[in-house]
Write a protein that binds this ligand. Sequence first.
Ligand code: PGA
Length: 259
Amino acid sequence: MDMKGRSSLVVGNWKMNGSLALAENWAKELAALWRQAAPAAEAGLCVPSVFLDRLVRSLRAEGLEAVEPGAEDVSVREGCGAFTGEVSASMLRDAGARLCIVGHSERRTLFGESNASVVLKVKALAAQGIRPIVCVGETREEREAGRTSEVILAQVRAVLEGCGIESLSGGAFAYEPLWAIGSGAAASLEQIEPVHAAIRAALCEADAGASEKVRVLYGGSVKPANASAILALPHVDGALVGGASLKAESFYGICACGR
Ligand code: PGA
């Protein structure tokens, strides 16, 4: 498969961390590094939605257009209405979101996110022109039972069949093995590559032309020290970065490894 057309996309995920002040300082620090040497990679940062507006303004104030602001989740409900506590895709767009993580394993395991709700969320985001980053991943038990590809492909196909590959245009799947997230040790290159190749094959099978506009990212303990090897893998189009995205310097270090 030809990967040449896609630059790397490195997306940060703050999870339930950070503050308004950090959003502002992070943008300042990253902009200073970016001005010294702009990485080839595209970048984005997904933050809790209450920090989004501050992040957008800070990135703009620093002239850091290369970094797209994003959210970590979105409501399955579109528009507005009596849905206390929910934040819709149109509200995220209003606040400046260009990206949004969907179906992160923490949401799937701790908050009951299902493939069906992931499908509704991707459709809601696509309708607002927000690029979805759909997370998929296997547990350690599933890997040890030899079920990794079966589990990953079922998650990927549920989304492709439910919302159509066009809804993912400009967006990505992020392969995040649950056992590697926050562990400090990323999956090995030998473990990452075949899963990415299988996801890429499923995308091509859905629609060879449209699949070119969908990236496949790796996530799970990515840091500056392991990013060049991971981002150099033929089917890896970027990274989803948790812990290491909280510091502008380490996030920049990962972006600098992209192509
Ligand atoms: P991590 O998190 O980089 O801290 O392992 C990745 C993620 O959960 O997206």
